[in-house]
Design a protein around this ligand. Structure first.
Ligand SMILES: Nc1nc2c(c(=O)[nH]1)N[C@H]1C(S)=C(S)[C@@H](COP(=O)(O)O)O[C@H]1N2
Ligand SMILES: [Mo]
Length: 226
């Protein structure tokens, strides 16, 4: 009703296609990095087809928006009782949480033991109060990037709206001042330069999801491509 009439703010401008974008889309078509192996035993920290790196690669669409903390805002809206527009200051008034987790990127690198500080997605959801019909979450970023997750995955106990990594403010190249982190999914679901969170009843694929990437993205099930 009102929500549908207002239309979705999610989507917005489509980011430009880059060489990397085209390459990654081709990998999806070719099934690149698929091992066909069963998921590793739960004791193994490295999901199938992944290799460990010690550095931290930067991956994005080639546009790194310069959003200072003073200008950054997060719009939380959709199927919620209490929509919010949060400034960085307002975000900081939420209880802070710290999580150490592993990164698994679909391009086959994994990085262990990343310490994130920020606000738990559960605490944010508790503040906006999702309505009974809420089932999915659409993320939009300041570079025009979008991605989609289920409300359940968004609310994973170790998922957070991160403002720092390894005890230091999140750098611009890694999505600062604020990014999403959902450790249980491939890293493309962890939107950098987070701009809005739309809670919805009907799912809608994001930037990579419409380019052949899996809608769910569980690294342990090798959900790389659709
Ligand atoms: N806003 C935005 N978020 C994004 C992306 C992007 O292009 N734009 N790329 C995704 C992909 S594909 C990956 S692997 C990770 C990379 O995060 P990093 O550069 O901090 O390693 O960010 C994800 N989040
Ligand atoms: Mo990625």
């Amino acid at each position: 009703m009102a929500e549908a009439e207002a239309g979705s703010k999610w989507g917005g401008a489509v980011p430009p296609e880059t060489k990397l974008t085209a390459t990654k889309q081709r990998w999806a078509e070719e099934g690149r990095f698929l091992t066909g192996r069963a998921a590793a035993p739960a004791t193994d920290r490295l999901p199938p087809g992944q290799h460990l790196v010690k550095d931290w690669p930067v991956l994005d669409l080639g546009q790194q928006p310069d959003i200072g903390r003073d200008r950054w805002q997060l719009d939380v809206f959709g199927a919620v009782e209490m929509p919010l527009v949060l400034t960085f200051e307002a975000l900081k008034r939420f209880p802070s949480t710290s999580e150490t987790s592993d990164i698994h990127c679909v391009t086959s690198w994994s990085r262990f033991d990343n310490r994130w500080d920020g606000v738990s997605t559960r605490d944010l959801l508790a503040a906006v109060e999702p309505r009974p019909e809420a089932r999915f979450v659409l993320l939009s970023s300041y570079d025009g990037y979008t991605t989609n997750v289920t409300l359940e995955d968004f609310a994973a106990p170790d998922a957070l709206i991160a403002t720092s990594w390894d005890g230091k403010p999140l750098t611009r190249s890694h999505g600062g001042p604020v990014r999403l982190v959902i450790p249980k999914l491939y890293f493309w679901k962890s939107a950098k330069w987070l701009k809005s969170i739309e809670v919805v009843s009907v799912d809608k694929p994001g930037f990579w999801e419409v380019r052949g990437y899996h809608n769910h993205a569980d690294p342990w099930a090798e959900e790389r491509y659709s």
